[in-house]
Design a protein around this ligand. Structure first.
Ligand SMILES: [Zn+2]
Length: 393
């Protein structure tokens, strides 16, 4: 595969300003040459030329929080319990939809039956059109808490075992979910949530010892207090993070993955399918909370990586542009929202051959018909998507 993206405006994700009239040559799946269009010296007869004029080339987007096993929508949680054949086939379709929206790398942070692990293997083998997927197996959660199909544990040793079992099952990162007790599950004299910083630190230690990253779901105040201080690699959602939590995250180099598409989609369904008041109120609270958390994170110097929670929240797949817009609404510059979706995400995921457009890196690229640095909604105007140098959309 030999391609020249010719005379394009290049935003390479390294922090440099966009460069006009640049050409990018791809050979054998990697970036072979980058320079002023006028200086390219190859033969135009032997290369496939893609017209880049009035277009912008950016690194392939990375969604750090998806669940391809559920389609999202107003009843997203029950869809995780659909029959396994349906979940499996759907996951393949949703992953392809995601790829077409410019997502060339994704973290699937939890699926029933290890579907995400199989999906990641198929994607890597080139058997399906899908992003490069890093999959957690299933959630690990305390018995009596949210998500019935998690791998459950009760105390520290069981937690260590659960992590080892996920790794044996082929998980590439560990996902631990902190939350309050389910209705009626709280034993007498038990704490508000069945987790402590000490217990979460056990999970961090066990995952890191094996060389794995750990992502932590935390979306209530008590869970945010704990997750911010335990040294996890990323805190997912975090809509109740306060300034002290954010400072702890900055010190621990814990990324925030804000998943604002969750409340954005919930607010839509609240009127589209006429949800009851309590659910509407919850969505409003999440919106208010995440705006404060994201702005506070920027001030505290917390690294932010983009994640939509497509499938795992009400958000549907293929709408990464909306998450970037919500980041900008929260006060990020469009450039910083793009960094969250490219180079910052690649640091969190551990993809050092992707995330920027530089000589020698894997050619995961998105070609846009407008400039997302001016209006981040331009991420919807996709002209082409390249994955490992191959045009996939
Ligand atoms: Zn999720």
């Amino acid at each position: 595969m030999h391609v020249l993206i010719d005379e394009v405006q290049l935003w390479d994700g390294t922090g440099s300003p966009a460069k006009p009239r640049t050409s990018v040559e791809i050979r054998n799946g990697r970036i072979h040459w980058i320079g002023p269009a006028s200086q390219w010296q190859g033969s135009r007869a032997t290369v496939r030329i893609v017209d880049g004029r009035a277009r912008m080339l950016i690194p392939g987007l990375m969604d750090c929080h998806v669940h391809y096993s559920s389609p999202g929508g107003p009843d997203w949680i029950t869809r995780f319990s659909d029959p396994l054949p349906e979940i499996s086939i759907r996951a393949v379709e949703l992953a392809e939809a995601s790829l077409r929206s410019g997502v060339t790398t994704a973290r699937d942070v939890g699926a029933p039956h290890g579907v995400s692990i199989k999906l990641a293997h198929m994607a890597r083998a080139g058997e399906i059109n899908a992003p490069n997927i890093r999959a957690a197996g299933t959630w690990i959660a305390h018995r009596g808490t949210y998500v019935s199909f998690s791998r459950h544990f009760g105390e520290a040793n069981e937690l260590r075992d659960a992590i080892r079992m996920e790794i044996e099952a082929g998980a590439e990162l560990i996902k631990v979910a902190l939350s309050g007790w389910n209705e009626g599950a709280r034993p007498k004299d038990a704490a508000e949530i069945p987790f402590s910083k000490k217990l979460l630190s056990v999970a961090v230690e066990e995952a890191h010892k094996a060389g794995f990253k750990i992502a932590c779901h935390a979306n209530d105040p008590a869970s945010c207090r704990i997750a911010a201080r335990a040294g996890v690699d990323s805190l997912e959602h975090g809509m109740f993070l306060e300034q002290g939590d954010l400072e702890a995250m900055a010190n621990n180099k814990t990324f925030l993955v804000p998943t604002m598409s969750v409340w954005d989609a919930m607010l839509y369904y609240a009127h589209a399918v006429d949800w009851h008041e309590a659910r509407k109120k919850r969505a409003e609270d999440l919106r208010q909370g995440s705006r404060l958390a994201v702005m506070g994170a920027v001030r505290a110097g917390v690294q932010i990586a983009l994640g939509t929670d497509a499938g795992g929240g009400a958000a549907r797949h293929g709408r990464i542009a909306r998450e970037a817009e919500l980041m900008v609404e929260c006060g990020l510059e469009p450039r910083d929202a793009l960094i969250a979706a490219t180079s910052s995400a690649s640091k969190l995921i551990g993809e050092d051959e992707r995330g920027t457009i530089e000589k020698g890196k894997i050619a995961d690229l998105v070609l846009l018909d407008a400039n997302p640095l001016e209006n981040v909604g331009a991420l919807r105007l996709i002209s082409a998507v390249f994955q490992g140098g191959r045009r996939v959309a």
